[in-house]
Design a protein. Structure first.
Length: 404
């Protein structure tokens, strides 16, 4: 049901097809997945497309009941539809996570509150419903101000002082719906900025059993935005930090009550250790799942599909094989007039994937978030820094020319 636009949803569809299953794709907006400017859906991966209001769990239940054969599972892999997927699965007595846990993860202020109560290290934070509330919060600034329940780094901004924060809260509260047509929680999160590297932990969960598959080092663009420009698996942080990140991630899932499926938990490394930033109750986007497969041999989307169809299936055990990295091609706003260098990039050492999201004639909007990209390159190497250097070199070999 639905997908992100950065890979893992499409990988899950491909995995289900490879395993010989009949695949129905539930969506409210099929044309969105076929448009240029991001990774596009390959319709050969699905047997049928059913259009329904996926923002409404009752509509999902009705659509599934109307299929010409019983459904074995509803697998939601996109950030915005994890709640409706969980609620529809529960209503149909199909495998899936506890909806309450997913709701707690989707509301970043609820995540902070529950994790702090459980002793999970989090930044100082406050939930605000009015711009004037930022004055007198008692939090050390600079602050990160963000929506409570959006995705893809949408609306996330570093604010140096309360005036900047108030202006950004005011802007966020004007935007009442997200890009998937869902009404947003009418509040914002203000939290202390953790000035350190950012990582994510990729996990599979079944009841009280948690399997850490990888720790990912994340590359970010320039502040005040938090645009992700690349990733490296494994993070290989050293000094026991990988293990500490894994432990904090697992504790955070228990704190919010997420009990089934894949999780992508983001952390920042303060001087005294990891701080939880957010919990995503779905596989990582940005082709991090591809990096995990190349590095550990674990095909996370395939394992997720298999877990839904056989909840007793043993969770996979990762095995370090090599390092993998991805570098994104930053987008320049305008109309694409030429694309060159992809063949050259594909021939460079360690390159395994070169993917372009645009072609001549594609109009690229100006977006200060992680969706503003022209494409990506995936590479492998013996070490993470080598893989990341290869990815950046290959990405630099691709030229996308735009005009206003």
């Amino acid at each position: 049901m639905e997908s992100n636009l950065t890979g893992s949803g499409y990988e899950a569809l491909a995995a289900a097809r490879r395993a010989g299953h009949r695949v129905t794709f539930l969506t409210r907006d099929l044309p969105m997945y076929l448009a240029p400017g991001h990774e596009r859906l390959d319709l050969s991966l699905v047997d049928e497309v059913v259009t329904c209001e996926t923002n409404d769990p009752a509509a999902v239940v009705a659509a599934v009941r109307a299929l010409d054969r019983p459904a074995d599972a509803i697998v939601a892999v996109g950030e915005w539809h994890m709640i409706s997927g969980a609620e529809a699965s529960r209503a149909l007595a199909l495998p899936g996570p506890d909806p309450a846990g997913v709701r707690a993860a989707r509301d970043k202020s609820a995540t902070r509150r529950l994790c702090a109560a459980a002793g999970v290290p989090v930044p100082g934070f406050a939930r605000v419903r009015d711009p004037e509330e930022v004055y007198g919060l008692g939090l050390a600034h600079p602050w990160v101000v963000k929506p409570l329940d959006d995705g893809g780094s949408n609306g996330v901004r570093l604010c140096r002082d309360p005036d900047e924060a108030a202006d950004h809260v005011r802007l966020l509260l004007k935007d009442t719906h997200n890009e998937r047509g869902q009404r947003k929680i009418p509040a914002a999160l203000v939290e202390e900025y953790v000035d350190g590297p950012e990582v994510s932990v990729e996990l599979l969960v079944r009841g009280g059993e948690v399997r850490v598959l990888a720790v990912t080092a994340k590359q970010l663009g320039e502040l005040p935005y938090f645009c992700e420009t690349g990733h490296q698996v494994p993070a290989a942080l050293g000094s026991g930090l990988d293990e500490r990140c894994a432990e904090v991630a697992a504790r955070s899932l228990a704190a919010v009550g997420f009990d089934f499926g894949a999780a992508h938990v983001e952390l920042r490394l303060a001087a005294d250790g990891p701080r939880l930033i957010e919990i995503n109750c779905r596989p990582a986007g940005d082709r991090i799942t591809r990096l995990v497969a190349l590095s550990t041999g674990v095909d996370l989307p395939a394992e997720l599909v298999a877990l839904y169809l056989d909840p007793a299936r043993p969770l996979p055990v990762p095995e370090h094989r090599q390092s993998a990295a991805i570098a994104f091609l930053p987008a320049a706003a305008g109309v694409v007039s030429a694309v060159a260098g992809a063949d050259t990039a594909a021939r460079l050492p360690g390159v395994v994937d070169v993917s372009l999201y645009v072609e001549p004639g594609t109009r690229v909007p100006a977006l200060p978030d992680s969706t503003a990209r022209h494409g990506h390159v995936v590479t492998v190497a013996p070490t993470g820094p080598q893989a990341l250097a290869r990815a950046r070199t290959a990405a630099d070999a691709v030229t996308v020319t735009t005009s206003a």
